[in-house]
Design a protein around this ligand. Structure first.
Ligand code: AMP
Length: 288
């Protein structure tokens, strides 16, 4: 148990302990759930606050899921600090932290293969083979453990949100998936646990990512998709700090790249950039 001046948070590292504690709470109210990999920042905390405002109990999981890392060194470098995360969560309305070990989540290797169809063939799915299968494995295990009424996910991971909506439908989870807005630093950089790993020069250069997305929105009123893409490629062509991995303008529902804007199909610009060893993603929606 973690006690600060105003709030009491229970911390569990086993599914059994978590479920026993949740059983009673479930009877008297709703359970909101925020899955995270820790190294919490204001983006995560905004999800927790959203859940706390809509549910009587909010569970936050903190678990760096190895099966969703296609790059082993990214997994090794991933920042971890449960003590600091616990402090950050106090005062947000989080009631329970679930911080399991690898053995607890994967007592045996998970051999399940998820099929997310075309949703996983583009962008993150294309550039990070196996990533969404790992996401499917851990999110389904966490959903089974927590059995929440609502689960909160950030639009920062736009494609992940679509994949999780499909997982929820396909597996018949009676869970309401709630998308939450992207939290940004003052200079516009989307908050991310990996930002702390950025070298100083790359951190200084990184706000160009969101600035370019904003410019893409501006251009959309007078330019076509190809012109916007050309503009974005030009911006990054001569950037010595950041290397563009992909920039796509996709249909919000299918996530497939579009050739032209249409008033009936909302679209989003998605970007991934390498800043040295750190990979950054961001997106922005077109309001046509
Ligand atoms: P992670 O710990 O990176 O797995 O993220 C856990 C949850 O927080 C996911 O639903 C993310 O989309 C969400 N999240 C991460 N960064 C942000 C952000 N800057 N704004 C809003 N949500 C975020």
């Amino acid at each position: 148990m973690y006690i600060c001046s105003r709030f009491i948070m229970e911390i569990f590292d086993t599914i059994e302990g978590l479920q026993r504690h949740l059983a009673a709470l479930r009877k008297t109210g709703s359970v909101g759930f925020v899955p995270t990999m820790g190294a919490l920042h204001e983006g995560h905390l905004s999800l927790v606050r959203a859940s706390a405002s809509e549910n009587t109990t909010t569970v936050v999981s903190i678990y760096v899921n190895p099966t969703q890392f296609n790059d082993k060194s990214d997994l090794e470098r991933y920042p971890r600090d449960l003590t600091l995360d616990t402090k950050l969560l106090s005062g947000t309305g989080c009631s329970i932290i679930f911080a399991p070990t690898d053995i607890e989540m994967y007592p045996e290797p998970d051999t399940r293969k998820f099929d997310f169809g075309d949703l996983e063939k583009v962008m993150e799915g294309k550039h990070r083979p196996g990533h969404f299968n790992g996401v499917g494995q851990i999110v389904s295990k966490l959903f089974d453990a927590v059995l929440p009424d609502k689960a909160y996910f950030g639009l920062k991971d736009f494609q992940q949100l679509a994949v999780i909506k499909k997982l929820t439908l396909d597996q018949n989870y009676p869970i309401d998936i709630v998308p939450c807005p992207i939290a940004r630093e003052e200079d516009g950089l989307a908050m991310s646990s990996r930002n702390t790993l950025l070298e100083e020069s790359k951190r200084k250069a990184a706000p160009i990512i969101y600035k370019t997305l904003q410019k893409a929105i501006e251009l959309a009123s007078k330019s076509g998709i190809e012109d916007i893409k050309r503009y974005v490629f030009e911006v990054f062509k001569n950037n010595r700090e950041l290397e563009l991995e992909y920039f796509d303008i996709v249909d919000d529902n299918t996530l497939q790249p579009i050739q032209a804007f249409s008033l009936n199909s909302p679209a989003t610009a998605c970007i991934a950039v390498h800043a040295g060893k750190v990979r950054l993603i961001d997106n922005i929606q077109f309001n046509l």
